[in-house]
Design a protein around this ligand. Structure first.
Ligand code: GLU
Length: 284
């Protein structure tokens, strides 16, 4: 059997109950798949074992059922597959593309321009000399595995500057240049967290034969990191589409953490799935 023509996914992280922002994303995913006669896979992105909880996963499945959004095949739970992500990390490690970074958040912040966030502000570093590194490992010091932009550029040669991804719409596709440099050496794993969102997400998109990714505007820029990982790992690249977000009253995107009302709460207040559609402003 040949590759499927349209396979997309919904990939929530069970760190809380689904809210209107997730519902909007899910409507975009399922509606596009229906229009293209495609499949939707459900992936639970629960790699952060400190924040993800099984009860939230159960609640996500319940909410999707309530919204009448049915997925194809088995649910893939990322925490069941840490060994696979470690395999991908090992491939990068064996080619000298990742290095151990022992810097604390405070040290990283100090190395960045004032006010820049250590999570997003493109820190670049380099591996320590082997003896120094060995000593820190023996002392049990925490570290992160960072993807070295310099090593990636050397590995890819002229392909680095030509990195791109392709967006799709009902009228066609557009190739977009992808520049991962502003993100610096991104963290792909930590001493105690075997993988990061970027690595697990790109690994799974490739493994699950995802042909189309429909995701929020907030991840548009980061898709450049995904283009880089796909090139380094020889993973096939899906087509992408970015949907607008629902903004809260403070003009920030709605998030589970900011305490926005969950779908189950709306349900308890008598709202129907049709009401939820209307409240997200989704129109097909
Ligand atoms: N777990 C991510 C989220 O909920 C998935 C985003 C994506 O790769 O589409 O934002």
């Amino acid at each position: 059997m040949g590759a499927e023509r349209f396979v997309t996914r919904f990939a929530p992280s069970p760190t809380g109950h689904l809210h209107l922002g997730h519902a909007l994303s899910a409507f975009h995913v399922w509606d596009t798949a229906r229009r293209y006669g495609g499949k939707v896979l459900l992936r639970i992105e629960d790699i952060d074992l400190t924040r993800c909880k099984p009860e939230y996963e159960a609640s996500i499945l319940e909410d999707l059922n309530w919204l009448d959004l049915d997925w194809d095949g088995e649910v893939r739970r990322q925490s069941d597959h840490f060994a696979e992500y470690e395999g991908a990390l090992e491939s990068l490690r064996s080619r000298g593309l990742v290095y151990r970074c022992f810097k604390t958040r405070r040290e990283i912040a100090a190395a960045l321009p004032a006010g820049a966030s250590p999570d997003t502000a493109g820190y670049t570093g380099k591996p320590l000399p082997p003896a120094e590194e060995q000593e820190l490992i023996e002392r049990g010091r925490a570290f992160a595995w960072r993807l070295s932009l310099t090593a990636a550029q050397d590995w890819l040669g002229s392909r680095y500057k030509a990195l791109s991804y392709t967006t799709f719409s009902d009228t066609g596709t557009t190739e977009v240049a992808a520049d991962p440099s502003p993100f610096g050496d991104v963290v792909l794993a930590r001493k105690d967290t075997p993988t990061s969102y970027h690595l697990a997400c790109c690994h799974d998109d490739a493994l699950q034969g995802i042909t189309h990714v429909i995701r929020g505007e907030d991840i548009r820029e980061m898709t450049a990191i995904h283009a880089l990982l796909q090139a380094l790992m020889d993973w096939p690249q899906p087509l992408y589409r970015f949907h607008p977000l629902i903004m809260g009253p403070d003009d920030k995107k709605l998030s589970k953490r900011s305490g926005d009302r969950g779908l189950r709460e709306w349900r308890e207040h008598g709202k129907t799935p049709q009401d939820i559609r209307a409240m997200t402003g989704f129109s097909a």
